[in-house]
Ligand binder design. Sequence first.
Ligand code: SF4
Ligand code: MG
Length: 315
Amino acid sequence: PLDAAARIANLFGAGRQPQVVHAVDDVSLTISRGEVVGLVGESGCGKSTLGRMAVGLHTLSDGRREWKGQDLATLTVATRRRMQLGMQMIFQDPYASLNPRLRVRDIVGEAPVAHGMTSAAEQDALVESLLQKVGLDPAVARRFPHQFSGGQRARIGIARALAVNPELLVCDEAVAALDVSIQAQVLNLFMRLREELSLTYLFISHDLGVVRHIADRVVIMYLGRIVESAPTDVLFAQANHPYTTALLASAPKLEAKKVSFYAVQGEIPSPLHPPSGCHFHPRCPHAMPRCREEVPQLKEVAPQHFSACHLNDMP
Ligand code: SF4
Ligand code: MG
């Protein structure tokens, strides 16, 4: 049993009005305490939506969220709010997510005071220790966001998230806007914080290089569905799903700065009208007639390695 688990199941049911985008469709994701899960896919595949659902920023039209084995929907609003502090989101764009009119002191210290986790008198000391934790000079507490570089702003965003003692951090393209050298520094900070604070991460990224660097397990999404999930080493050495294989092939140098997905053959179909059966079939070099009709289910193809492809049923 997973002691700390954020579980999301069957998020969007099938058969709704045609204009409803099933950004995430019949997905189940469990994260164990201390784990770093990398969630990868092209833009529009639903990975951000899934991350926002995980922390409660997006309502589920159908499905369930569990935290440490408890169904969050069964709790009182107050209890749920308190529990949700344990899951914090770190956003892609630190520029957009930091209020330009607030000093760092208030950006970082506001939530713990508002939630009664610290007193106003102790706010400055708390903020100083948080800034130190993320590698910033505590003296910057008096400054405003525009006075910082992108990397520093990312650190401020991390300090803000840490202020309420989270156990799970959902990072959505958290380093995507940064220069490569700064990216590496911030990734190393995430890794250090993982050790120091026993954090668990859901690390959402379109960048396979970033995910390979940071994740214990990689989950690949395509048009709202999880198509493959495996320990990081296994995924990079023995990918099973043709989509994952195409992604890896499109990124010949994974250590290189930017890994792009555009080399995967064909365009991403509209999430509004996803292809029938296996959503990947119009782009898949191995597609069979069955692939147009039947949705492949995730199956365990090796220990801890799951893939949703009809090829796995072939003798
Ligand atoms: Fe390709 Fe069919 Fe497998 Fe989908 S199910 S990835 S179309 S072979
Ligand atoms: Mg996104």
